[in-house]
Design a protein around this ligand. Structure first.
Ligand code: SF4
Length: 317
C-alpha cells in the first residue's frame, strides 16, 4: 500500500519554473502534482496573483526523499532570491520621499482618479481611462487643464461616441500624438459600449486588450477606477527613480521589467501608494533634468545626488 504524503509548499516562483523543476523529480504515475495560484485577499479587493507571483504547490507522492529535497531546494532558492532581497536604502529613501511629498502639491495629486474621492460609476471610471489615454508623453499640467476643459463640455462615453475621430483629435489637441490618441480613444469607446455595457473592464487582461492601453495604463486604471491593486503602475518616474535608487536587482530598460522586479520584493501593501509618491516626487523635487538635490532629504544617500544634467555635464540621474 502506498503511503502518500501531502507536501504543501508556498513558493515564490513562476509556474513554468515550478513545472520544469518538478519534472524529473516526480517518481511515477502514482504521483500527482497540483499547482494552483493563490488568491490573496487584500485590504481592498480580491487579487489574482499573476504567473510570476505566489503559487501554492501541492504534491502528493509516495514518500520520496528526492522530491522532498527538490521542493525544499527550489522553495529556498526562490524565496531567497525573491522575498528576502530588499534594497538596503529603501526605508530611508522612501520615508524621506513621503516627507517631501507633504511639502508641495504635485500635478499627480489632482489628476483624474487620484483625488480622495474615488470614481463611483461607469462615467467617472471612463474619465479615469480617458485621462490616462491622453496622458502619455504629455505634461501632467496640460492633461489636467484639458480634462477640466472637456469635463465642462460634458465629456462622457456617449460624448466620445458622438464625435468623429477628427473632431476628437481637435478636442484633445494639443496633447502629444493627438491624432493617434483620438483613434485609440474612439475605438476603445466603441468596444466599451459593445462589449462592456458602457463601463470599463475590471481585469488587467481586458484593459490591455483595449487599443492604446498598455500594462502601465492598465494597472493605474484598475487602481484608480476600481480601487483594485493588481500590480504596480510603473510610469517614467517610477521606472527612472527605481533605477536611480537601485531598487531593482540590475538596471532595467523596460518599465515592465521594473514592475516585475519591484513586485518581487516590495510588500503588496505599498504597491498602490508607491506610484503616487514616486510620480509626485519626480514631478516636484527630483525632476529628470533639474533635480533639486540641494534641498532633497536624500542627498546624502542617493546615488544620483548632484549629478544632474547641466551645460557642462551630460550626466543625469
Ligand atoms: S537626484 Fe537629487 S533630488 Fe533626486 S533623489 Fe537624488 S538627491 Fe534627491
Amino acid at each position: 500500500m502506498w503511503n502518500f504524503l501531502n507536501i504543501k509548499t508556498l513558493a515564490v516562483m513562476s509556474l513554468n519554473t515550478i513545472k520544469s523543476r518538478l519534472r524529473g523529480a516526480v517518481p511515477n504515475d502514482n504521483t500527482s502534482v497540483d499547482i494552483k495560484p493563490v488568491i490573496k485577499r487584500t485590504r481592498r479587493a480580491h487579487l489574482t496573483i499573476e504567473d510570476e507571483k505566489v503559487y501554492k504547490v501541492e504534491v502528493k507522492v509516495e514518500p520520496n526523499k528526492r522530491i522532498k529535497e527538490e521542493i525544499q531546494k527550489i522553495s529556498t532558492e526562490e524565496i531567497n532570491k525573491s522575498e528576502s532581497w530588499t534594497p538596503a536604502n529603501f526605508n530611508t529613501i522612501y520615508d524621506n520621499i513621503k516627507t517631501m511629498r507633504t511639502w508641495v502639491e504635485a500635478p499627480v495629486d489632482t489628476m483624474e482618479g487620484n483625488t480622495a474621492e474615488k470614481p463611483k460609476g461607469p462615467n467617472e471610471r471612463f474619465l479615469v481611462l480617458f485621462s490616462l489615454m491622453i496622458s502619455s508623453r504629455t505634461k501632467d499640467t496640460l492633461n489636467i487643464s484639458k480634462m477640466k476643459e472637456l469635463k465642462a463640455k460634458g465629456l462622457s462615453l456617449q460624448y466620445v461616441l458622438n464625435k468623429s475621430v477628427d473632431e476628437l483629435a481637435q478636442e484633445i489637441k494639443p496633447v502629444n500624438y493627438y491624432n493617434n490618441k483620438a483613434k485609440f480613444i474612439k475605438k476603445t469607446a466603441e468596444i466599451l459600449a459593445e462589449k462592456f455595457n458602457g463601463d470599463i473592464p475590471k481585469t488587467i487582461e481586458e484593459l490591455k486588450s483595449l487599443p492604446g492601453v498598455g500594462p502601465k495604463m492598465s494597472y493605474l486604471c484598475l487602481q484608480s477606477a476600481w480601487n483594485i491593486t493588481a500590480g504596480i503602475g510603473v510610469d517614467t518616474h517610477v521606472h527612472r527613480l527605481s533605477n536611480l535608487f537601485k531598487w531593482v536587482r540590475k538596471p532595467t530598460k523596460d518599465p515592465e521589467d521594473t514592475r516585475k522586479d519591484l513586485q518581487s520584493w516590495l510588500p503588496i501593501e505599498l504597491w498602490d501608494e508607491l506610484n503616487h509618491h514616486l510620480v509626485g516626487f519626480g514631478q516636484t523635487i527630483c525632476s529628470p533634468y533639474k533635480p533639486r538635490c540641494e534641498e532633497c532629504l536624500n542627498n546624502k544617500i542617493c546615488p544620483g545626488a548632484f549629478k544632474y544634467r547641466t551645460k557642462k555635464s551630460k550626466e543625469t540621474p
